[in-house]
Ligand binder design. Sequence first.
Ligand code: ADP
Ligand code: MG
Length: 262
Amino acid sequence: MTSYPGAALEAQALTKQFGTVHAVSDLSFVVPRGTVTGFLGPNGSGKSTLLMALARVLAPLHGQIRLDGTPLRDRSSIETARRLAILPQTAIAPQGLRVRELVEQGRYPRLGALSMLRRHDDEAMHTAMSSTGILHLADRTVDSLSGGERQRTWIAMALAQETEILLLDEPTTYLDVRHQIDVMELVADLVANRGKTVVMVLHDLNQAARYCDRIVAMRDGVIVADGHPRDIVTPTLLEDVFEIRARVVADPVVGRPMFIAE
Ligand SMILES: Nc1ncnc2c1ncn2[C@@H]1O[C@H](COP(=O)(O)OP(=O)(O)O)[C@@H](O)[C@H]1O
Ligand SMILES: [Mg+2]
């Protein structure tokens, strides 16, 4: 397999089946460092399966993933967790676990031999909780939170891991509009100013068009289109992938494409 210099992640001919279901079939793509890539597609198109494979949680049936140029299967899970963090689509915290304790779990791959939290661990947790606006919830139990607060807690846990690469599966689901914008702005800031690389699954195509450097459209386990939002958010693609008839206009704020259903 050709390795792309500077790529954070590379997937080559990735295939994953569950019984007779072809969740992802022969997927190949490269994630350049310092970019925001958005995966979009209808339910069941294989986006979560793909993210779990990229995070080394699921082993692909065929194909290969490289992280920083090294095959993922040659890395241990702890090595992988120091380079990338994943926010799974359905994350469930043990009952009674407090927000601070969940965020602390993001530090585990970083702890030294004595497994003791040090000052830097506290700082990393504080920064993660502050940028997701959950400092005031630190002592609450995760199961007592609203959907949006809980989602922000999981994002904080991923941020506390202090990895260069973040894989976020529908990070704005359950969030009200204010918090959706906060999460997307946070992602933009992490990439622009803190050297992160973000791969995320999104539902909202207009949000993806505004915040992603690149959109990969999936359907039935295959990539249908891959490129800059202006080349992806087109009436033809909206019809082919999402089965909607829509007009595309330039959004008046940043000029990215925006669709309006007809
Ligand atoms: N653990 C699993 N066992 C069986 N089938 C699965 C499993 N995970 C995903 N699938 C199937 O694989 C396909 C892709 O699912 P998924 O990756 O969750 O799609 P998406 O995230 O795009 O909605 C679906 O048909 C789904 O039912
Ligand atoms: Mg999914």
